[in-house]
Design a protein around this ligand. Structure first.
Ligand SMILES: *Cc1c(COP(=O)(O)O)cnc(C)c1O
Length: 231
């Protein structure tokens, strides 16, 4: 089932790319495995999947340790508390949801100790939803200018969690806005900021996100099935 789902999602990404003249190799599929057992990740790996997204630091750490030495790459995609940076920093290729100077400063401190550079994305609350983490579009550039000063933190781009909607077309405007914001910030050529990653699109709306320029899509339910938070 997981292999079939992956094939289906990959085909839909390729079709979305084709509709807008993009090369599918520009889009990285992140399989969101939060709450799912290690055996599901292993099954996905058998089907060629390499990038996995997790929300809960302790869960990410346990899974990454269990799979160390394999090709698996882990992304911290959910909100991250400062006191959890240490648990994940050795296990992630990218932290997707940085939305404050204080969190960035904590990542800087932990990365500096290890003499490495940590890649991050800035989470933008493009739709202005009250309930969401993320920085507002107008505060994004000022935050990036501050984080750019941290030598062990490298801003690679932007991320957003679009609203939960019935019709994915409703989120097109938010994906367009995030893309436009990234283009604008990139044009400023800020040192230590590359703006080549746009992480947007989930199970319900990843095709629209790809049409609007996503370079990473985060798909959970569409690959692993519905999550059960009660176990
Ligand atoms: C859970 C989650 C996803 C995946 O959601 P699905 O709707 O299951 O595809 C993507 N991004 C973030 C930040 C998440 O927390």
């Amino acid at each position: 089932m997981i292999a079939e789902n992956l094939e289906n999602v990959r085909a839909r990404i390729a079709e979305a790319c084709q509709r807008v003249g993009r090369d599918p190799s520009e889009v990285t599929l992140i399989a969101v495995s939060k709450t799912k057992p290690l055996s599901d990740i292993e099954e996905a790996m058998q089907a060629g999947q390499i990038d996995f997204g997790e929300n809960y630091p302790q869960e990410l750490k346990l899974k990454a340790e269990a799979l160390s030495g394999t090709a698996a790459k882990f992304h911290q995609i959910g909100h991250l508390q400062r006191n959890k940076v240490r648990a994940i920093i050795d296990h992630v290729v990218l932290i997707h949801a940085v939305d404050s100077e204080r969190l960035a400063a904590q990542i800087e401190a932990e990365a500096a100790k290890r003499d490495r550079i940590c890649d991050v994305l800035i989470e933008v609350n493009v739709a202005g939803e009250e309930s969401k983490f993320g920085v507002s579009p107008k505060d994004t550039l000022p935050l990036i200018l501050e984080i750019a000063k941290l030598p062990h933190v490298h801003v690679r781009g932007l991320m957003t969690i679009a609203p939960y909607v019935e019709d994915p077309e409703s989120n097109r405007i938010h994906f367009q806005n995030l893309h436009a914001l990234a283009v604008d910030i990139k044009s400023k050529n800020i040192d230590n900021v590359s703006m080549d990653v746009l992480s947007m699109g989930m199970t319900g709306d990843f095709e629209v996100a790809v049409e609007e320029g996503a370079t990473m899509v985060r798909v959970g339910t569409g690959i692993f099935g519905a999550r059960d938070y009660t176990v």
